[in-house]
Design a binder for this molecule. Structure first.
Ligand code: 3AM
Length: 180
């Protein structure tokens, strides 16, 4: 079984802008800048043969390149924050791409789950820190709330494998699909 997901790739200028935000935030842990991404569909643990079918379905998609806008920072986890992210504006071309990718996964027989799509780019994922550190983090997220980036060109989507290590997760690109 392979734990996998499909994500939109980012250009280098956006990675750099996000890396600056990461360094300005008191994050207990930062995501590696080279694998920053926007998840489109989480596939879960899938058998290798089924993943090949997802790969074929994604290869058959003809999708146009488009641009994203990033607008502000936010957290998941409330007063026990466990993830800090850059918000992505859910505009029509992104939602269309997301639906097509999810459709391809479903055609390959993957049950993609019912979580609502909240487009975001994870900057840091960690165990919730203590109350003081959580408050410092929340204050920094509010202070940096004016962060904007875009238009961010998206020219490729990526099929990632996600490997859970003892205290972290490692993402490796299995295949790339150009948008034309
Ligand atoms: O793009 P990010 O890093 O925010 O949170 C997980 C990660 O998102 C998400 O899929 C990405 C690769 O692991 N994820 C993990 N489990 C999930 C689930 N059951 C999930 N997304 C939806 N449903």
């Amino acid at each position: 079984m392979i734990r996998a997901f499909v994500a939109a790739d980012l250009d280098d200028a956006t990675r750099s802008a996000l890396a600056v935000q990461q360094f300005l935030l008191p994050l207990p842990r930062r995501e590696p800048v080279e694998t920053l991404h926007l998840t489109l569909t989480f596939l879960g643990e899938v058998p290798e043969r089924q993943l090949e079918q997802v790969h074929e379905a994604l290869s058959d998609l003809r999708l146009p390149a488009f641009s994203l806008s990033l607008s502000g920072l936010d957290m998941f986890g409330g007063d026990r924050p466990r993830l800090v992210f850059a918000r992505v504006v859910p505009d029509a071309p992104l939602l269309r791409l997301q639906r097509k990718v999810e459709g391809a996964a479903r055609r390959a027989g993957v049950q993609t789950g019912a979580r609502r799509f909240v487009p975001h780019i994870t900057l840091g994922r960690f165990r919730p820190p203590g109350p003081e550190a959580a408050m410092r983090l929340e204050r920094a997220v509010v202070d940096q709330g004016g962060f904007r980036a875009g238009p961010v060109p998206v020219r490729e989507i990526i099929l990632f494998e996600s490997t859970r290590l003892r205290d972290a997760v490692r993402y490796s690109a299995l295949a790339r699909y150009p948008l034309v």
